[in-house]
Design a protein around this ligand. Structure first.
Ligand SMILES: NC(=O)c1ccc[n+]([C@@H]2O[C@H](COP(=O)([O-])OP(=O)(O)OC[C@H]3O[C@@H](n4cnc5c(N)ncnc54)[C@H](OP(=O)(O)O)[C@@H]3O)[C@@H](O)[C@H]2O)c1
Length: 241
């Protein structure tokens, strides 16, 4: 689908990759972008990108009432970007019920809840797309992020299940599998990181091209290596404790 004249909703748009989505969507000609955040007061810099086209919206993806209210407020959307994410640090032997539950609630349940709420809206608006911000860790685990890995693997599975139902409705599901990105999420982690600009540029190009799966920026090389020799990549990621 074209970004030009699209009406987009971006979750987690107050900072990081979500804010970069809003910036590039506006530059590429989106007609309107609903910028969502748990705390709408945190959206000042995002709205300032283009106060005429960026509409702030309160949204907590773990709260079904909040999701329902957003769906009521944004009935003209034809592109949903499930960007909000949670990463609780901790290896598999230290993971807590609370940390696991938070990552699962945001990364898997939130993605599913938003997609369910916006499917009838996008369909009624003539079809469109849903972008899911997954990660290479959906299919290769970094042991120090046990809850995150599991929640993003679940989200990938859920997204593939949803895809089969959305395709006949004219809604394409685009799963993005980035490597590390330079945002608050990985602040303090010493690892190679792509810029949010490069990641968002590649994902939006995949939306326009109609590619179902995208490995943006440096993730493309990791994915190629994984396809060639899965066990070697698993072993390399296994060092990330
Ligand atoms: N950074 C990376 O290395 C990396 C790599 C691969 C994939 N990703 C994925 O890319 C996406 C964006 O990541 P990022 O790096 O921009 O992360 P980030 O800087 O940590 O920002 C996370 C965003 O999600 C929002 N959020 C968290 N819980 C929420 C909830 N319950 N309801 C609504 N919004 C919520 C946060 O809002 P608050 O400000 O209210 O906390 C914030 O806007 C995530 O899905 C992440 O998993 C990131």
């Amino acid at each position: 689908m074209e970004i030009q004249d699209s009406i987009v909703l971006v979750t987690g748009a107050n900072r990081g990759v979500g804010q970069e989505y809003v910036a590039q969507l506006i530059k590429t000609g989106a007609a309107k972008v609903y910028a969502c955040a748990r705390n709408p007061d945190s959206l000042g810099a995002t709205v300032a990108l283009d106060p005429g086209r960026v509409v702030p919206l309160q949204l907590d993806v773990t709260d079904s009432g909040s999701v329902e209210a957003a769906a009521q407020a944004a009935g003209d959307v034809n592109l949903l970007i499930n960007n909000a994410g949670s990463l609780t640090f901790g290896g598999a032997l230290e993971a807590t019920d609370a940390g696991l539950a938070t990552d699962m609630a945001v990364n898997n349940d939130g993605l599913r809840r938003m997609t369910q709420a916006f499917t009838p809206i996008i369909e009624a608006n003539g079809g469109g797309a849903v972008v899911n911000m997954l990660t290479l860790l959906s299919f290769v685990s970094a042991p120090g992020f046990a809850g995150y890995n599991a929640s993003k693997a679940a989200a990938w599975s859920m997204a593939m299940s949803l895809r089969a139902y959305l395709r006949p409705k004219g809604i394409q599901i685009i799963n993005a599998f980035p490597a590390g990105i330079d945002t608050d999420m990985l602040a303090g982690v010493d690892a190679p990181k792509d810029s949010p600009e490069a990641v968002v540029r590649d994902v939006l190009a995949a939306v326009v091209a109609g590619h179902e799966d995208v490995y943006p920026a440096s993730a493309a090389d990791v994915f190629d290596a994984w396809r060639t020799d899965q066990k070697s990549v698993e072993a390399a990621f296994g060092e990330m404790m």
